[in-house]
Design a protein around this ligand. Structure first.
Ligand code: NAD
Length: 448
């Protein structure tokens, strides 16, 4: 590395934490103390609650519960001003029992190892719930992608791949976009990996641009899956969607697409929020027009015919359906008793804590857990990987038809386990997933 450049090294404010903006999503405020919520701790509690209802050798449970491998790297990246800046990044492979590790890469200032381990673990259980042949993984880079130029983002992505290239590959570990990353980041990832292999390897990532081997339908898949799961839940509860009201927290990929597809089924969205604020209209918000407004202005605020409200009101809205589609730990024991919806469809990963789950159950809220509700994304990622391997691409209708089939059967598999064991959909989903993972581990045996 040239001297001039190393002398210019700057510390990533995200890595040290001292100058990092404090975000509210990872903590619960209680009187005079601030108690952090461990997201990985939440997954452990969910796992333990389900495992307690099953008769499985405790050693096997210990084996499948913890992440297989967690990697931390500190990446020097050349910035546009000619200096270098360090970025801390992670890749966690939770399980490869059922197939290659699979999971997105999050670019966000608040990324922590705890969060990445939790997200990797949820990926294992999610892939098992929808019965696709993948394990679970997740990556994260502590950065604010909004603050980086395209060139800086590209160099950061390439360095991330370069430092951990041996971990990745279509048979080993297959990343995808998550919060703060997208198809362009996947294109850079695929190119960097392919340079090392000396030939194009499209199956090394999913969520790629269509022209690079991405799948039709992938961009909408998570939101479409949320819509299908919510529609099945409404059928089960005999709730007429054409008369139903809803609120959505987070209006990005998952929130806006699930809202648009539910809106097409006649659901009236009375509350919508994003990171900039929240809006309300008792008559219902025109979701397709709001999407166009957000594309132009980057905010739900300022949309004609709506009233600005406090962001907290969205979670407590008196609606039939609530879709949290932002980040973790939004419904906690502090505010769960104020949640008044009939169906809570978890578009985001981990929006409800285990303590809040108990309160929601007592209050009769039907929670569609994340590992089922938002599994449409990884399902179509699997379809993308299959298409890359066979080198033949399906029409969007074909992708959507296969997704519909997968989501409907997963929903009813989970519902049946929940009913049979007199438990919640979350515990039912974990029981189903644990049984499927244990089944393959028993067949493979433990190499020790
Ligand atoms: P995104 O970046 O496209 O959108 C996130 C949205 O949340 C944005 O509208 C942002 O403004 C909003 N937001 C952030 N903080 C907020 C806050 N405090 N209050 C209200 N809104 C807030 O991300 P995404 O891809 O839609 O992912 C959202 C969630 O869904 C994440 O938990 C992610 O892990 C999960 N998820 C995404 C996919 C996928 O395919 N994109 C798949 C499965 C799960």
């Amino acid at each position: 590395m040239p001297k001039k450049q190393t002398a210019n090294v700057r510390t990533n404010p995200g890595a040290g934490g001292s100058t990092r903006k404090k975000h509210s999503r990872m903590v619960v405020q209680r009187k005079n103390t601030t108690i952090p919520i461990s997201v990985f701790g939440n997954v452990m509690k969910q796992f333990d609650a389900a495992a307690a209802k099953m008769h499985i050798d405790p050693h096997l449970l210990d084996f499948i519960k913890v992440p297989r491998r967690s990697t931390i790297v500190n990446l020097p990246v050349r910035m546009d001003d000619g200096g270098y800046r360090m970025f801390t990044a992670y890749r966690v492979q939770h399980s490869i029992a059922r197939g290659p590790a699979k999971g997105g890469i999050r670019f966000h200032p608040d990324v922590t190892l705890d969060e990445v381990q939790a997200l990797a673990s949820w990926m294992t259980w999610k892939c098992a719930v929808v019965n696709i042949p993948f394990g679970g993984a997740k990556g994260g880079i502590i950065c604010d992608p909004q603050e980086l130029s395209d060139g800086e983002l590209e160099r950061l992505t390439r360095r991330y791949v370069g430092d951990m290239v041996d971990l990745f590959g279509p048979d080993q570990d297959i990343p995808a976009p998550d919060v703060g990353s997208g198809p362009q980041v996947m294109a850079w990832f695929m190119d960097t990996y392919s340079m090392r292999e000396n030939h194009p390897v499209p199956g090394t990532v999913t969520g790629k641009p269509i022209n690079l081997g991405g799948s039709l339908g992938r961009n909408e898949a998570t939101g479409r899956g949320v819509m299908i799961a919510t529609r099945e839940a409404a059928r089960h509860l005999k709730l007429d969607l054409s008369q139903a009201t809803a609120a959505v927290q987070g209006f990005g990929n998952v929130g806006s697409i699930s809202a648009r597809l539910l809106h097409e089924l006649g659901v009236r969205f009375t509350y919508v929020s994003d990171v900039t604020g929240a809006v309300h209209s008792p008559e219902g918000i025109d979701i397709p027009k709001l999407i166009l407004h957000v594309e132009k202005t980057k905010s739900v605020l300022g949309f004609p015919g709506v009233r600005k409200v406090e962001p907290g009101e969205v979670l407590h809205a008196s609606v039939d359906i609530l879709v949290p589609a932002a980040l973790e730990n939004q419904v906690t024991q502090e505010n769960a008793h104020q949640v008044r919806c009939r169906i809570l469809a978890e578009g985001a990963n981990g929006p409800v804590t285990p303590e809040a789950d108990k309160i929601l159950k007592k209050n009769g809220v039907f929670v569609i857990p994340d590992i089922l509700c938002n599994a449409g994304g990884v399902t179509v990622s699997y379809f993308e990987w299959v298409q890359n391997r066979i080198g033949y691409f399906w029409s969007e209708d074909e992708v959507n038809r296969r997704l519909e089939e997968k989501m409907i059967s997963a929903f009813h598999d989970v519902l049946n386990v929940a009913i049979k064991n007199k438990t919640t959909m979350r515990i039912g989903a974990f029981m189903l997933a644990i049984a499927r993972v244990v089944d393959v581990v028993k067949l493979r045996g433990i190499y020790s």
